[in-house]
Design a protein around this ligand. Structure first.
Ligand code: E4P
Length: 217
């Protein structure tokens, strides 16, 4: 499973990259607005840190505007993925980009029918939003499981990017369902590292080593 960081915060992106666990980044207008910098400059800085796919989202609501914005975003760097909302106009833009070989991520996917249509339009990635489905009383993970079965039935190459992840359990369940990618807030990645038995194990090993009275070198 690939890990993307779901943030536009440069410090968090640098930290995850330095640990060696970062395959890419997803941003959206909300995440960029939190950073208080001009968004195109912020995306350019992210692309300097990250070699893998960096998602920048269009904001237009008709396909001509989305295509124009997508082209602007692609001028930032070659690793920009054009993130496009799951609408009819959005899928028209996805088809144009797909024919040109420009990678796209269809975002705000909340049903398997949307996932089928986005793949048909040529999306490179789709983003089903788990947490937001959980928030309204649905089981978000059921959607990932359903999409994985459907994509497998038809050998669909579109990658499933589990989004709106809120906890380490979401990551495990998305991995068990076979999602290609999880995009994760930094706080969740941080929690994934931790286990109390790891902490207590390190502490007892260190205490026992000290009794030896020697350094390693
Ligand atoms: C995905 O690309 C989105 O940026 C993100 O996962 C949305 O998550 P949220 O529901 O926590 O805002």
């Amino acid at each position: 499973m690939k890990f993307f960081l779901d943030t536009a915060a440069l410090d968090d992106i640098r930290e995850a990259a330095s640990i060696g666990v970062l395959d890419g980044v997803t941003t959206n207008p909300t995440l960029l607005s939190r950073e208080g910098c001009p968004p195109m400059e912020q995306l350019a800085q992210i692309c300097e840190i990250v070699q893998g796919p960096v998602n920048g989202e269009v904001i237009g609501d008709d396909h001509e505007t989305m295509i124009r914005e997508g082209r602007k975003l692609r001028e930032i760097a070659d690793n920009i993925v054009v993130k496009i909302p799951m609408t009819k106009e959005g899928l028209k833009a996805v088809r144009v980009f797909s024919d040109e070989g420009v990678p796209t991520n269809v975002t705000l996917v909340f049903s398997s029918n949307q996932a089928l249509l986005a793949a048909k339009a040529g999306a490179s990635y789709i983003s089903p939003f788990l947490g937001r489905l959980d928030d309204i009383g649905h089981v978000g993970m059921d959607l990932i499981r359903e999409i994985m079965v459907i994509y497998e039935n038809y050998d669909i190459m579109t990658e499933v990017l589990a989004a709106s992840i809120r906890s380490p359990l979401h990551v495990v369940e998305a991995a068990m369902a076979g999602a290609n990618i999880a995009t994760v807030p930094f706080g969740v990645i941080d929690k994934m590292f931790r286990h109390p038995l790891t902490d207590s194990g390190i502490e007892s090993f260190m205490n026992d080593w000290k009794k030896l009275g020697h350094d390693i070198g």
